[in-house]
Design a protein around this ligand. Sequence first.
Ligand code: HEM
Length: 367
Amino acid sequence: LKRLSTTPPLAAVPSTAPIIGNLHQLGLLAHHSLHSLSLKHGPLMLLRFGSKPVLVVSSAAAAREIMKTQELVFSNRPRSTIVSKLLYGSRDVGFSPYGEYWRQIRSLCVVHLLSNKRVLSFRAVREEETTLMIDKIKQSYSSSPSLAVNLTELFKSLTNDVVCRVASGRKYGEEGRFKKLLGEFVDYLGYFDVGDYIPWLCEVREIAEAKRAITEDKLEKMPYLKAVIKETLRLHPPGPLLIPRESMRDTQVMGYDIAARTQVVTNAWTIGRDPTLWARPDEFWPERFMDSLVDFRGHDFEFIPFGAGRRGCPGIQFAMSVDELALANLVGHFDFSLPVGEELDMSEAPGLTVRKRTALLAVVTPW
Ligand code: HEM
């Protein structure tokens, strides 16, 4: 690694383990361990995972450099044995190497599955499945009003059913194989912090018009609901370290030489809580987005839960249309409270997507 400018050299973060490099410094929740390391070593750190160099990016400026200024250089994905085994030699869009094959399948995916037009065409599926979820909660309340409902399980079923119906035209039973495979996907809905819903209930309920289901055309009039979802994604990005990238040739980032085939990990969790970019960074404060143009579509590098650039997430529209409708209907029909004597546990569990460690249980009351 060669120093190019007057900035101090980007020395590899020291490790006491000769073979595994810095791997032992990653806890179960890698975004937290990398966050602590970045407070000590700065927004651009060079680590070694085994023998592989890994550049860890923890500031919006450095993320912009990787995903925008040098987008093409950093559009590859690193090889991973496990991903290769699970995904037929990394032949899916997310993990395939940058090149013609990726270009073709991404374009197929964007045009035929994830375009705004296609996502809109699945509106009836989303509305039916959301109504079914609300009916399940109503039934549970009728048979036992004080019993807490497991919202985590309900969100999982909703997401699985929407995805299965959209992908295959069929609903799958609880034991369906496809459903199991999609298990990871459902965690995206697991982050709604019921305790923080209170200020925007009026917005949703005014529009809910006497307990009828909220349909998608009503969502446009719910800016606060959208701000709540944004704030949730800022504080709890489901993929806090995004999906790793890899440099395709030797380059320089912020004055430092970076070798070809260096893996790049971007800590969106740290960036979303950077006190130099966000007021009251650790606070759940959706109002921050009300008069702000900051959005998660990959142009504002202080807020990148979906990544950015040519490898950025093409599923934003799909994800948001499910999340917004589900959340609006939940708070449009019920009040939620924590079971007596319980506090909200926001601790995280590791996984392909980070999720709440414990299920979200809530006692519901129809309003
Ligand atoms: C809240 C929900 C979601 C989050 C937070 C999320 C986040 C991400 C992130 C961080 C990346 C990597 C971006 C990068 O490298 O810059 C990604 C890639 C991707 N996402 Fe999503 N995603 C979500 C939902 C979805 C949905 C619903 C779909 C499809 C139905 C989807 C399809 C994809 C695909 C195909 C890629 C790979 C793109 C490529 O490598 O070219 N995502 N997503």
